[in-house]
Design a protein around this ligand. Structure first.
Ligand code: PLP
Length: 293
């Protein structure tokens, strides 16, 4: 059975209230060309996406991802996605997933230039093997994000809270981290506040309290961070949002990068200086994140 699949999604209006949207999904040959050369997602990165973790055919946190897709679409002035259609698209894609860990990706593009409608599709593929990094953690470098903490609210056209397809900057930051001998990066504002990693949210432990940067600071509100917070709160642990400086990160009792596919990885060093980690809690978080949610 092939490992990768794709479904084209014919977007429908939010007022379309049919029970079954399967007729709006068309399986695609993943080895054949599928997009028009006029596609604005490929020309300009003009669109939004989601990556959803699938474990043994079960897609995790579907509602949070579909809601964030709608939020990103709204920030980008894209037509509002029909949420029930996208929930069913996730289910249809997850049903094609190989056993073990897989990724369903949802893409909603502005479509073809001058075209009548957005272009939308879903893919499913096996996830990379992250077992080692979940066990051993990542060394990070802090990288200047080039703007101050207020930029997200002052300049909404920067789309800082949207999960847009324009990830070239995020990928460049990861390459820069590797050039500096690290595995990953944490973005820092011009005024010295930590934000997020290029593809993950940051969580710090300070004593028995867990903190993460405020989503209003122009970062993506991570679905995994929200799940981790629910899990920690269920154990009676304190969780919260805060404005955190780069020195808060260095002084943390432990810190993690969390995201839907790689899940929770401990930060073991910041700019070359070792950071304490908590392997038992990391293992507990990953056991939770690997369970159906
Ligand atoms: N921040 C950024 C910039 C991301 O790209 C991602 C995930 O790709 C996250 C945070 C974590 O989001 P989630 O936990 O929903 O995967």
């Amino acid at each position: 059975m092939p490992q990768r699949h794709a479904l084209m999604i014919a977007p429908v209006d939010t007022t379309d209230a049919r029970d079954d949207y399967s007729g709006t999904f068309t399986p695609m040959d993943v080895t054949a060309p599928a997009l028009s050369v006029g596609e604005l997602s490929t020309q300009r990165g003009d669109g939004v996406f989601e990556s959803i973790g699938v474990i043994d055919g079960h897609a995790n946190e579907v509602e949070a991802h579909v809601q964030r897709l709608a939020h990103s679409a709204s920030l980008c002035d894209l037509p509002a996605p029909n949420l029930e259609q996208w929930r069913q698209a996730v289910a249809a894609a997850a049903a094609l997933a190989p056993s073990g860990e897989a990724v369903v990706k949802l893409i909603l593009s502005r479509g073809v230039e001058h075209g009548p409608a957005p272009t939308a599709w879903a893919t499913v593929a096996p996830a990379p093997d992250f077992a080692t990094v979940r066990r051993e953690g990542v060394r990070i470098v802090t990288l200047d994000r080039g703007y101050d903490l207020g930029a997200g609210e002052r300049a909404p056209w920067l789309l800082l809270g949207a999960k847009t397809l324009s990830y070239a900057v995020n990928m460049a930051a990861l390459r820069e981290a590797r050039r500096r001998g690290a595995d990953d990066a944490v973005f820092v504002t011009r005024d010295g506040f930590v934000l997020e990693a290029p593809t993950a949210s940051l969580i710090l432990r300070r004593g028995d309290e867990f903190v993460t940067p405020e989503p209003s600071a122009g970062i993506l509100h991570g679905t995994t961070q929200l799940s981790v917070y629910e899990h920690l709160a269920a154990q009676g642990l304190r969780t919260g949002y805060a404005t955190l400086t780069a020195s808060d990160l260095v002084k943390a009792d432990a810190a993690w990068l969390v995201s839907s596919i790689r899940l929770a990885v401990a930060i073991t060093a910041v700019d070359g200086a070792p950071l304490a980690s908590d392997p038992d809690l990391t293992a507990d978080l990953n056991a939770f994140l690997l369970s159906p949610r």
